[in-house]
Design a protein around this ligand. Structure first.
Ligand code: ADP
Ligand code: MG
Length: 507
């Protein structure tokens, strides 16, 4: 060692003083105060930090400046190395004097251990929680904003215990495994990507971005990845949670002025999965935080897995830089189910339930319930439960009866074209008259009925309906709807006609 430790400490005290003036009190307290000087060797000063996350942050944001200031004090200093001080144990902390009593010569060690002056690894938090923060001033300064660099380190006492902190991950559904996932054309890419990420020992695609409509298996696949990794290598820290919960945790950290601990927790995981990331669209500070967490993890080569209901580029209310970053890895979409996939899923679920269900019934369900897998499962559960309750075998008839409301709802997805066709047939007019300019009552009334039914039976808006009827204005459609309602109230025969048409269209 070419420089005495005493003078090294003195130099560091000066460098810190300068830094403090430059960066301001808050950033200083958060980032620089916890640093201690290690040794000086071959022109290199080693600076110790308590955590890996801080090391990375200091390296990218302050190391150059520290080096510059230090060589100003001592031209022999050519470089600065930031290292994590692993040997320091929190056990020793109880015997330390309060921060205010620490003399200059003792500045090195104690400060790294004070919980109020920097993030500590989550596991050592249990102790910190039991003890009041040493640095009263630190506790009094609130973070001015969720801004990254200014976050104030934790007056940890306010937050929950160690168990709660470790329990960041939401519970995993034991049924959501790869084995239970039925693969078909619509989800084969997503499945293959999920398997690859779960099997790989090194990070392959980062992030893996899964997207698709509701109930198509995104959450199932994410849980399956988590189960698989946890089983294969229990030492890897896998965290799965919804974007909503992420936001909730973040807001709580802000409220308890605990954002450092929050950051540290998320940045120390091996695999981070965030489900339904669209939830944080438009929620700017959560997005900002998520973005930093995301970058920190990807930069450290940790696996990140995201799901959403849309592709990265279609996520409205998401910052452009985040959207583009989300698309850097592998983007895999899950398409709406096909008949074959639905049938496969039904067969598997029926087997799992140990229920005897005629093939005809499964086929019927696969035909009729097309919205998503969750509804399909719900239907199956219902007919099985019903059969058990009344003690009768499952038949096509009983299925139709039990699922009456569901089937009606799914049948209600008629198109405007079908309505026009049926109504034209019923009133014996030409289909082209649905969009023609003719105003004779004989064609105008049926046209109004068709518009009315389009409004009732489809999700189309008034302007959309108007367009399908020879580019008519939405006010025309509105008028038609009112007229038909009025007539139904005054003319029972007419009302019957409309009701009959409705039932025919609903199937
Ligand atoms: P999402 O998260 O995309 O909204 P989920 O993963 O929650 O959908 O899936 C909804 C339900 O459908 C779950 O019970 C899931 O197990 C089931 N499911 C979806 N896709 C499949 C599949 N391919 N094989 C088996 N079950 C599936
Ligand atoms: Mg989901």
């Amino acid at each position: 060692m070419s420089v005495q430790q005493g003078s090294l400490d003195q130099q560091w005290a000066k460098v810190r003083g300068r830094l403090k003036d430059e960066v301001g009190e808050t950033a200083y307290r958060s980032w620089l105060k916890p640093l201690t000087v290690g040794d000086f060797d071959g022109g290199q000063v080693r600076i110790m930090v308590p955590t890996r996350f801080m090391r990375d942050w200091i390296r990218t944001h302050y190391a150059d400046r520290i080096r510059a200031l230090w060589s100003g004090e001592n031209p022999g200093v050519q470089s600065v190395e930031i290292v994590v001080a692993t040997s320091q144990k929190s056990e020793t902390r109880a015997s330390e004097p309060p921060a205010s009593e620490i003399r200059a010569s003792e500045i090195r060690a104690p400060e790294t251990r004070a919980p109020a002056s920097g993030p500590a690894p989550a596991r050592s938090r249990a102790r910190a929680v039991a003890e009041p923060a040493l640095d009263g001033a630190a506790a009094a300064v609130a973070p001015s904003a969720p801004a990254y660099a200014e976050a104030e380190p934790a007056p940890v006492a306010a937050v929950g215990g160690a168990e709660e902190r470790e329990d960041l991950s939401a519970p995993l559904d034991p049924r959501f495994t790869f084995e239970n996932f039925v693969v078909g054309k619509p989800n084969e890419l997503a499945f293959a990507a999920a398997r690859r990420v779960a099997d790989a020992s090194a990070v392959t695609f980062n992030p893996l971005f899964l997207y698709g409509g509701v109930g198509l298996g995104k959450t199932h696949l994410m849980h399956a990845i988590a189960w698989h990794i946890r089983r294969k290598d229990p030492s890897r820290r896998v965290i799965y949670l919804s974007a909503e919960k992420f936001m909730y945790q973040f807001i709580r950290a802000l409220r308890f002025k605990d954002t450092m601990a929050f950051k540290e927790q998320f940045r120390s995981v091996d695999v981070l999965m965030i489900d339904d990331v669209q939830f944080i669209s438009g929620k700017d500070s959560t997005q900002e935080e998520f973005f930093h967490t995301f970058n920190a993890l990807v930069d450290q080569n940790r696996q990140v897995i995201i799901s959403a209901d849309k592709s990265p580029s279609d996520l409205e209310g998401m910052e452009e830089r985040l959207r583009s970053r989300l698309g850097w890895g592998l983007v895999a979409d899950i398409h709406p189910t096909t008949y074959e996939l639905r049938l496969g899923i039904l067969q598997q679920k029926a087997d799992q339930m140990g229920a005897k269900i005629p093939q005809k019934v499964l086929e019927f369900l696969a035909h009729k319930i097309t919205s998503n897998v969750r509804e399909l499962e719900g239907a199956l559960n219902r007919i099985v439960a019903h059969a058990e309750l009344v003690g009768r075998a499952i038949t096509l008839e009983s299925t139709q009866e039990v699922l009456h409301d569901l089937l009606r709802a799914s049948n209600r997805r008629v198109t405007i074209e079908e309505i026009q066709k049926k109504v034209a047939e019923h009133f014996n007019i030409r289909l082209s008259d649905m969009s023609s300019a003719r105003r004779a009552r004989a064609v105008a009334r049926p046209r109004q009925v068709a518009m009315y039914l389009a409004k009732q039976l489809t999700q189309r808006s008034l302007p959309e309906i108007g367009r399908k009827f020879g580019d008519r204005d939405h006010t025309t459609v509105m008028h038609a709807v009112r007229k038909v309602e009025e007539l139904c109230g005054t003319d029972p025969a007419f009302a019957e006609d409309v009701e009959l048409l409705r039932r025919m269209l609903e199937g």
